[in-house]
Design a binder for this molecule. Structure first.
Ligand code: NAD
Length: 299
């Protein structure tokens, strides 16, 4: 299978490498020459532009920052140049409207399209263990699943176009809320004189248990190795979480859903970002709640 991979950043680089490892011919493009070089070192063929990357391929996979990038790259470069038989899959996290708009353009041009955002960070991208939530036509799903398989732990069809993004936004709103709740609990435990590892052990086995606690504990040295053990470097940037929480708030306003804790989570991450910590892992919000930002090295 020949695959064009567009967007080789923190996530796309690892994902493209998984496609190569599965024996696929990968034509890779990114605006950054440095990351194209990394993809070539991993076995991909570097392409000089999106239009060159998509020539003659069976599938096009995009992993771009946000909705405006996706709309532009599809309407100006992919749709005019890819073969009509190519399966188009956008794995970026974008607003539901952008996903539906691109799907509509693709359909009008005779293409099959899927929105397929992911859950799992850079380690899952490199390890091929991402969870994909897919919005596509029912009859297209088997081919979408086949295209995504080398990068996936699980591929689930959420529904028609846009449903993958809807699932992603809801999931990440829940994650943002649960991470802040976990951080608040650690900060309160500290004030009450509880040791963080005792609190971790007890809450992990009690009704407060959640992924943000047991798999991604925000307190350094507690639980499995996470970004908190690296001064909150790497992992999932707070600025990216803020983007997802804003998408959730926009979607809630349009759909008339009531999401007061989602709104609070967006406000808390907006403050953390405004203070200059948007590049830190999203669990670093613990330090803000502890009043310990001075220890959060920005270099
Ligand atoms: P990133 O900024 O590291 O990578 C995006 C890449 O797209 C960059 O290399 C950039 O140069 C490239 N790009 C931008 N415009 C382009 C264009 N016109 N043509 C070609 N390349 C272009 O971001 P990331 O962390 O890899 O995230 C990508 C997407 O995945 C985002 O939508 C993000 O929300 C989502 N996501 C990220 C994570 C994570 O942990 N980082 C987890 C799940 C989902």
């Amino acid at each position: 299978m020949k695959v064009a991979f567009i967007g080789l950043g923190n996530m796309g680089g690892g994902m493209a490498a998984r496609q190569v490892a599965d024996g696929r011919e990968v034509h890779a493009f990114d605006l950054s020459e440095a990351v194209v070089g990394k993809a070539v070192a991993a076995g991909a063929r570097g392409a000089g532009s999106v239009s060159k990357a998509v020539q003659g391929v069976d599938a096009v996979i995009t992993m771009l920052p946000a909705g405006p990038h996706v709309r532009k790259v599809y309407s100006e470069e992919i749709l005019p140049n890819a073969p009509r038989s190519a399966l188009l899959i956008d794995c970026s996290t974008v607003d539901v409207e952008s996903a539906r708009a691109v799907a509509g353009q693709a359909k009008a041009g005779g293409f099959r399209f899927a929105d397929a955002p992911v859950s799992g960070g850079t380690a899952a991208a490199e390890g091929g263990t991402l969870a994909f939530m897919v919005g596509c036509g029912e009859t297209d799903f088997a081919d979408v699943e086949r295209a995504l398989k080398p990068m996936a732990r699980v591929v689930i069809r959420a529904g028609e176009h846009g449903a993958g993004q809807a699932a992603k936004i809801c999931n990440n709103m829940l994650l943002g809320i649960s991470m802040i709740g976990t951080c608040e609990a650690f900060a309160l435990a500290e004030r009450l004189g509880l040791s963080p590892d005792r609190f971790f052990e007890i809450a992990s086995k009690s009704s407060g248990q959640c992924w943000s606690l047991t798999s991604y504990a925000p307190w350094p040295g507690v639980g499995p190795q996470t970004a908190s053990d690296r001064n909150y470097e790497g992992g999932f940037a707070a600025g990216m979480m803020l983007k997802d929480l804003k998408l959730a708030q926009e979607a809630a306003a349009k759909a008339g859903a009531t999401t007061p804790l989602g709104a609070q989570a967006a406000a808390i991450y907006a403050l953390f970002d405004r203070l200059g910590y948007g590049g830190k892992d999203f669990s670093g919000v613990l330090q803000m709640l502890r009043g310990e930002l001075a220890g959060l090295n920005l270099e």
